[in-house]
Design a protein. Sequence first.
Length: 89
Amino acid sequence: SSKSCIPCAPGQYQDLAGQASCLLCPAGSFSSDVGLAACEPCPSGGFCEEAGAATRMVWEACRAGTYNQEEGSNSSLACLPCMLGAYSP
């Protein structure tokens, strides 16, 4: 048995006490610090496809002409075409 508990590494989290391992942050989120109980959602305006991300650097912006107002998206399918009369560079 261990003499101490090991904090979860960046890109991982554990939201329950008494567990034997950490979980990877799901796609659409990241954790950049050690010992976190939750992952942060990736910012709006794009998406994060990778699971286990330890930095928001995996975030990809939506293509020109599309937008995404939601946080925590994990696919380019979340990027929607701009409406008539609007644009996104």
